[in-house]
Write a protein that binds this ligand. Structure first.
Ligand code: PXP
Length: 244
């Protein structure tokens, strides 16, 4: 079964644009739950540009589906994760100046540091996931440091599609396909996400090793036109169609 995790960061982006109390990302998360999302993803960035600490408090209190808590590998974020003990912690690279998470985490060069970072999170029962490019040495390193899950970065595949660079898109899809199989063969659970839309989701949803997709920006945008529940229902329908 392929799960959908809905990323609600950009509900907070809209709220923060006006410094108001609405729209509330916790309310969006509850609606997403009702619409069939099997999980909620939220990224607490160092600069708190969208999700805030109190959003995480609210999500931990309100959700009945698992929270996938995205963080950079910093001491501050580790302490917050250890306090909340969410179902999953997804480690992502983070640069202040970027608009979004641009690449996968560099695991191979930071193996020792990340192994030490992960151990206490695993000890309190979090499933640790690493957001990673479809690159064999990075996947091998993620496995060595004790991650249970990798999330393959689908951003390049989606960008090539949007730009009409279909040969490059197909080459990236081939890499994602091969690396999903490779990661699975090592015993890692495989997730995928970033930039997915109704147009790009199906080839990724069709990969048999992929257990979860995390999708945010497109769904929150589409919710402006359709409402959150129909936007999610259509994504779920496409995922199930691809899987069948
Ligand atoms: N997965 C990870 C690890 C992410 O960092 C993000 C973006 O925050 C997503 C999935 C969702 O990407 P998008 O918002 O482009 O759907």
């Amino acid at each position: 079964m392929l799960r959908l995790g809905v990323n609600i960061d950009h509900v907070a982006t809209v709220r923060n644009a006006r410094g108001s109390a609405y729209p509330d990302p916790v309310r969006a998360a509850k609606l997403a739950e009702e619409a069939g999302a099997e999980g909620i993803t939220a990224h607490l960035r160092e600069d708190r540009r969208h999700i805030t600490d109190s959003d995480i408090d609210g999500l931990m209190e309100a959700l009945t589906v698992p929270l996938n808590f995205e963080i950079a590998a910093t001491d501050e974020m580790q302490a917050i994760a250890l306090r909340h003990k969410p179902h999953a912690v997804c480690l992502v690279p983070e640069k202040r100046e970027e608009r979004t998470t641009e690449g996968g985490l560099e695991v191979a060069r930071e193996e020792n540091k990340l192994a030490h970072f992960i151990a206490p999170l695993r000890d309190v029962g979090c499933r640790v996931s690493i957001f990673i490019a479809a690159d064999r040495p990075q996947i091998e390193a993620a496995n060595r440091i004790g991650a249970q899950v990798i999330e393959l970065h689908t951003g390049a595949y989606c960008d090539f599609h949007a730009e009409g660079r279909f040969d490059e898109r197909d080459a990236e899809l081939a890499r994602l396909t091969e690396m999903a199989t490779f990661a699975h063969s090592l015993g890692l659970e495989v997730h995928a996400g970033h930039g997915l839309t109704y147009e790009t989701v199906q080839p990724i949803a069709a990969l048999p090793e992929v257990m979860e997709l995390n999708i945010g920006h497109f769904l929150i945008g589409e919710a402006i036109f359709l409402g959150l529940e129909p936007a999610i229902a259509e994504m779920r329908r496409l995922m199930e169609e691809a899987r069948a």
